[in-house]
Design a binder for this molecule. Sequence first.
Ligand code: SF4
Length: 348
Amino acid sequence: MASLSATGTNLAWEPAVHERLTDRHGRRITDLRISITDRCNYRCVYCRAGSDGAVYADLPIEDYLRMARVFVALGIEKIRLTGGEPLLRRGLPELLRELSRLRTLDGAPLDLALTTNGHLLEGMAEELRNAGLSRITVSMDAVDPEKFARITRVPGSYGRVLAGIRAAKRAGLAPVKVNCVLLRGFNEDQIVRFAEFSRDEGVIVRFIEFMPLEEDRLWSPEAVVSLREITEALGTYRPVKALPPNAASETAVRYTFDDGVGEIGIIAPVTQAFCGHCSRVRLTSDGKIRTCLFSQTDHDLYGVMQRGGSDAEMAEFIRRTVDHKEARHHIGEPGFLKPSRSMVHIGG
Ligand code: SF4
C-alpha cells in the first residue's frame, strides 16, 4: 500500500474547504458505507434467495482505500464497512488500519464502524479493535436459537453470534449495537425478548422496519411491523421513555425504559421516513456509487479509476454524482419501483 501524506489522504491534490460534499437538496454528505464483498456465510430469509449468490467480484483492498481517501478529502467523516459479510474479507484489519490513519477535513480521526452478522466475530473482535475500529453493529433477528437458525438458514448460528457480541464488548468496541429486522409472521414475537437482551447484555438493540430490498420479493406493506406497533409491544414489558437523538442525521428513534436501563432504537424508513436529513452515500463491493438505498442506477467510480482517472477526476465524478442524490424514497407510493439491486448487493 502507498505511504500516506501529512493530511493522511495521500492525494495528488487537496480540495478547497468550502467544496464539502453537499447534494442539490442542501444535505451535507458526511457518511460513506463501503461494501467490501457481497459474499456472505448466511442466507437470511428476508435478504437472500437461497444460494451463496455472490454476483460481484471483490475489489483489491487497496482500491477501496484509494476511493475512500478521495471521499474523505471531500468531507466524509464516518465510514461504515459492510457486505455481504465483511469479516469474510482477507485484508480487513489492514484496511481498517489504513482508514484509521486518515483525518477528516477538520483534522479529526474518522468515525470507523462495521456491520457484521457476527458469526466470525468472537475470533476477530480484538484484532479489529486494535486495527482502529471504534464501534460495531451485529445483525441478529431473534434471541431464540431455533428461530434464529430458521431465519439465517445456518444451524447453530445463534451461539456463535452471542459469543461474538460478548467478545466485541470485552474488546472495548463501543457502542455495540444489535440490529433486528422485523417481519410480520416471523419474529415480531421477539420484541420483548430483545428488550430484556438489551438490558441483560448491555447492548443497544435497534429494530428496523422491513424494507423492499430483498432478493425473494417477499416485501409487502402488510409485512412491515411499524414503529407504533413496536413501541406498543415494548410498553407491555416496561414503560418506555424517549431519548434525544445523538445527531440530526441519526436514523434511529431512541428510547430507554422507566428505570433508565437498556437502550432501544427504532429505524422506521417505511412509516417515519428520515430522508430529509440523509447524510449517506454507498460504495458497492464492485466500486459503484449508490446515492440512495432505493436508487435505480449505479455510478461507476471504479471505472473512472480503472481508466487511469486521477484523484481530482474521481473527486469531480463523486461531486457530480452526489449532486443528483435522490430527495427521498417512494416506498408504498403508486409507481414505486424496487431498487435495481437487493440489499446484499448494496451493503446496508
Ligand atoms: S431512502 Fe435514500 S434518501 Fe432516504 S434515508 Fe435512505 S438512503 Fe437516504
